[in-house]
Ligand binder design. Structure first.
Ligand SMILES: [Zn+2]
Length: 513
C-alpha cells in the first residue's frame, strides 16, 4: 500500500513561460515507508548514491528528448557529472533546478541549455563546475549558494542573474561572456574571487555586493564610452558595496569608462593599470559628464557634436551605425555634490597610492565640474536648497564669482597642474610690456640710482623693465608710464601668486615620492 503513495514534495517556483509563481508537485512514488521519493528524500542519496545518480541521468535523458520543461526542483543529488551520460547534453526546453541540493561535486561541463534555466536557491555543497557550458536564454542563480569552489570557464550567458547568490569559497569566472545582461545585486563574495577576461554588457549591475575576500577584476571587458558615446545611460554601478574582514576589490587592466563609483567605499578598492576616460585632459567619471550635460546646454551641444562626429567616423569605417539620440540615465542620485564627492574620493585614492599624474587628471575634472555645472541647475544643492530671495541671490553671486575665479585659475596654471602655463604667461607679459616700453620713445639714459631702483622694482613686480634696460642700456621714464608699470606689476604678481603654489606642489610630490 505504502509504495503507491506519492512523494509529498511541493514547492513554489517562478514559471518562465507563464511568467508567474506556480506550485510544483512531485509526481514520483514515495519510497517504501517514507514520505518522499528517491530524489526528495534528504538522506536517500547518501544511502544509495549510484541509484539516485542513474535515476537522475535517466531524467536528464528524458528531458533532452522533449522541448517540455524539465523539473529537478528540490532534488537531493550525490556527485553528478553530465559527461557520464556519454552524449552531448542539450536541454531543449526550460530547466528548473530551483532549491536543488548538490551534496557533492556537480559538473555541467559542455552542457547546453537552450531554454531559460533556473538554479534559484540551489545549494552547491561540493564544487560547482560550469566549463564550456552554454546558456542561450536567461540563466538565474538568484539566492543560490556555493559552499566550495566554483568555476565558470568559457561560459556564454545571454542574460544571467546572481542576485543574492553567496560564494563562500573560491570563485573563478574565466573567459565568461554575458551577452545581454548580468545582474549581480547583493551578491556575497566571501572567498577569493576572480573575474578574468570576462565580458560584461553595458547594462550590467553589480550593486550592494558584500565582499569579504579578495575580489579581482582583471583584463575584464567593461564597455567603454567610445563604443557608443551617445549612450551615457549604460553604467556599471558599484553602489553600496560592503567590505567585511579582509575584503578588497581590485581592478586590473580594465576599462573604467562606464563604472560609477558613486557611494562606493573606495578605501578597499585598488586600481592597477586601469584605463580611465580621458575627456579634454581630465579623467572625467561618467556620472560627472552626465551632470554637466544635464545642467549646461553648451557642454551638452559640444558633447553631442563630438559624439556624432565620432560615430560618423566610425560609420565611414563601416562599423555598426548607432542611434543619433543622446541617452541619459534618470538617476536622482546624480547631483553636483554626489559627483564632486565621487571625483574627490578617486583623486584622494590616486594620491594615497602615489599616482600623482592620475590624481592631477581627477583634480582637473573636479575643477571643470565646479566651473561648468550649470548655475540654473536645480541639481546643484539638492539637499540644502537656498531659502529665501537673499539666500538665492547670495548663492548666485557666489557661484558666479567662483566660476570666474576658476576660469582664471585654469587659464593661468590649469588648476595648479601646469608649470608651462604660468611661465608662458610671464614671458608674454614681459614681452608685451617690454615692447610697449621699448617702442614708446620715452626712454631715457638712467643714472645708477634709477637703475638700482628699477632693478628692485623689476624683481618685485616684473622682469621686463630690467631685461630691456640691460638690453638697451636705457630705462623708460617710469613716471610717465606709471599706470602701465602698475598694470604690469599687478599682472606679473598674479602669475607669481599661482606659480608659487604650483611649483610647491610639484616639489612636495617629488619630496614625498
Ligand atoms: Zn519527489
Amino acid at each position: 500500500m505504502e509504495g503507491a503513495r506519492r512523494c509529498k514534495y511541493r514547492a513554489e517556483y517562478y514559471d518562465f513561460e507563464a511568467e508567474e509563481l506556480r506550485e510544483w508537485e512531485c509526481d514520483m512514488p514515495a519510497l517504501p515507508g517514507r514520505e518522499y521519493c528517491l530524489f526528495h528524500d534528504p538522506e536517500y542519496w547518501r544511502e544509495h548514491p549510484e541509484e539516485v545518480r542513474e535515476a537522475f541521468y535517466e531524467r536528464v535523458r528524458e528531458a533532452m528528448a522533449s522541448e517540455e520543461s524539465a523539473y529537478f526542483i528540490g532534488y537531493h543529488l550525490p556527485r553528478v557529472d553530465l559527461r557520464e551520460l556519454g552524449e552531448d547534453v542539450v536541454f531543449r526546453g526550460p530547466v528548473y533546478f530551483n532549491e536543488a541540493v548538490f551534496h557533492e561535486d556537480a559538473s555541467f561541463l559542455g552542457a547546453s541549455f537552450s531554454g531559460p534555466t533556473s538554479f534559484n536557491r540551489a545549494k552547491f555543497l561540493g564544487d560547482a563546475i560550469f566549463i564550456a557550458t552554454k546558456f542561450s536564454k536567461d540563466a538565474r542563480f538568484d539566492g543560490a549558494s556555493f559552499s566550495e569552489h566554483v568555476i565558470f570557464i568559457d561560459v556564454v550567458f545571454s542574460y544571467a542573474s546572481f542576485n543574492h547568490a553567496r560564494f563562500s569559497r573560491e570563485a573563478r569566472f574565466f573567459s565568461v561572456e554575458f551577452l545581454k545582461g548580468a545582474d549581480l545585486i547583493s551578491c556575497v563574495f566571501a572567498g577569493p574571487t576572480i573575474f578574468s577576461h570576462v565580458r560584461f554588457p553595458p547594462n550590467a549591475r553589480l550593486e550592494n555586493l558584500v565582499i569579504s575576500g579578495r575580489t579581482v577584476f582583471s583584463n575584464t571587458y567593461l564597455p567603454s564610452i567610445l563604443d557608443d558615446p551617445l549612450d551615457l545611460e549604460s553604467r556599471l554601478c558599484l553602489r553600496y558595496i560592503v567590505f567585511d574582514g579582509g575584503g578588497k576589490l581590485i581592478f586590473s587592466k580594465t576599462n573604467m569608462d562606464r563604472v560609477s563609483f558613486m557611494f562606493a567605499d573606495l578605501s578597499r578598492v585598488e586600481f592597477w593599470d586601469v584605463r580611465w576616460w580621458e575627456y579634454k585632459g581630465s579623467f572625467m567619471p561618467i556620472d560627472a559628464m552626465i551632470v554637466l550635460i544635464k545642467t549646461n546646454d553648451k557642454i551638452a551641444r559640444q558633447y553631442k557634436e563630438m559624439a556624432r562626429k565620432d560615430i560618423r567616423d566610425r560609420e565611414e569605417r563601416h562599423l555598426t551605425p548607432q542611434s543619433e539620440l543622446l541617452r541619459l540615465p534618470d538617476d536622482p542620485d546624480l547631483t553636483l555634490e554626489n559627483v564632486l564627492q565621487e571625483i574627490r574620493l578617486l583623486k584622494n585614492l590616486a594620491i594615497s597610492m602615489g599616482r600623482y599624474e592620475e590624481a592631477a587628471k581627477f583634480h582637473i575634472a573636479e575643477m571643470e565640474v565646479r566651473r561648468l555645472a550649470g548655475p540654473e541647475a536645480k541639481e546643484r544643492h539638492v539637499e540644502w536648497p537656498p531659502k529665501g530671495r537673499l539666500d538665492r541671490l547670495r548663492e548666485r553671486a557666489g557661484s558666479w564669482l567662483e566660476r570666474r575665479l576658476l576660469w582664471l585659475y585654469k587659464a593661468t596654471c590649469l588648476y595648479g597642474e601646469s608649470l608651462a602655463r604660468p611661465v608662458a604667461w610671464l614671458l608674454a607679459i614681459w614681452l608685451l610690456f617690454g615692447f610697449i616700453y621699448a617702442f614708446s620713445g620715452l626712454i631715457a639714459v638712467p643714472g645708477l640710482a634709477t637703475a638700482l631702483q628699477l632693478l628692485a622694482e623689476g624683481l618685485a613686480f616684473s622682469g621686463s623693465v630690467v631685461v630691456l634696460m640691460l638690453l638697451l642700456r636705457a630705462a623708460p621714464v617710469v613716471a610717465a608710464w606709471g599706470y602701465i608699470a602698475w598694470a604690469e606689476g599687478a599682472l606679473a604678481l598674479l602669475i607669481y601668486a599661482v606659480f608659487l603654489p604650483t611649483i610647491m606642489r610639484r616639489i612636495w610630490r617629488l619630496v614625498r615620492a
